[in-house]
Design a protein around this ligand. Structure first.
Ligand code: MTE
Ligand code: MO
Length: 245
């Protein structure tokens, strides 16, 4: 079996080789992008092209069954840290009485979901590490509905390429279908034995331990299935879209 660390090494190697090659031969990079790399716009486009290439390589290396490590209850980080593109006191306060999870795109059942109905689906629990690109990590005890279970329940076209997520705070993100169907990709309702704290995404968030933390969208309000890459808040600003770990 291929270990997570081996994959990491493979990806790092590929990136390093590509980087070496392109820095040794800026000509190769110009060929790739079809421009002379004189102005910033063109350099930017070339780098985006590299990042997209990297998405495809990572998607090919990704195994839908390789599991991220799990931890013991006494290793859970308490309190779990907060991070967002705004300060903690701005985290959205959600009133459950009018909260619904909207569903759209390539699915057969577009009925909106209450928290109660989400809790009636089979639940899973996992203690996994959340790794933020900003250089910190924390271990969380997440409970909720496996995204795969949810996608099957709404009759999602699982041959479609992407699943997109829109959040109450206008954050957004997206996953490739293989990652969306991964057994550890969870629509979390709980942290430990309690409903999610406001700061950590009440009432519904993603926990995607096979990806960098910015893919774990909090306060998820809408899910859609599509063949057009929906991008995301950080993804659109240059964070690598696939960001597998
Ligand atoms: N809705 C929403 N989800 C989000 C973010 C955000 O700003 N808004 N930030 C992302 C980032 S960069 C990280 S590291 C984690 C932080 O989750 P936490 O606050 O539970 O630690 O949420 C991710 N999901
Ligand atoms: Mo993050």
């Amino acid at each position: 079996m291929i270990k997570l660390s081996d994959h990491k090494k493979q990806i790092a190697n590929l990136e390093r080789r590509l980087f070496l090659r392109s820095s040794l031969s800026i000509g190769a990079l110009s060929m790739l992008s079809g421009c002379n790399l004189q102005d910033n716009d063109q350099v930017d486009k070339a780098l985006w092209a590299l990042s997209r290439w990297n998405d495809r390589v990572q998607a090919r290396l990704f195994s839908g069954s390789r599991l991220a490590p799990t931890y013991a209850p006494n290793q859970v980080t308490m309190p779990f840290p907060f991070n967002a593109f705004y300060p903690e006191f701005d985290a959205p306060q959600v009133d459950l009485s009018n909260w619904r999870l909207e569903v759209s795109g390539l699915v057969t059942d577009k009925t909106a979901w209450t928290v109660e109905r989400l809790r009636s689906l089979p639940q899973a629990r996992q203690i996994t590490r959340h790794i933020c690109i900003e250089g910190w990590s924390a271990i969380g005890d997440w409970g909720g509905v496996p995204l795969k279970t949810f996608l099957q329940r709404i009759g999602a076209d699982t041959t479609a390429r992407f699943v997109g997520f829109k959040c109450t705070d206008r954050y957004h993100s997206s996953l490739d279908m293989a990652s969306a169907l991964h057994p550890q990709t969870l629509l979390a309702l709980d942290f430990g034995d309690e409903a999610l704290p406001t700061a950590n995404g009440f009432p519904l968030r993603l926990s995607v331990p096979t990806k960098l933390g910015f893919k774990s969208a909090k306060h998820v309000a809408a899910i859609f299935v599509t063949n057009t890459n929906p991008g995301g808040y950080w993804e659109d600003q240059g964070y690598n879209w696939f960001s597998g770990i």
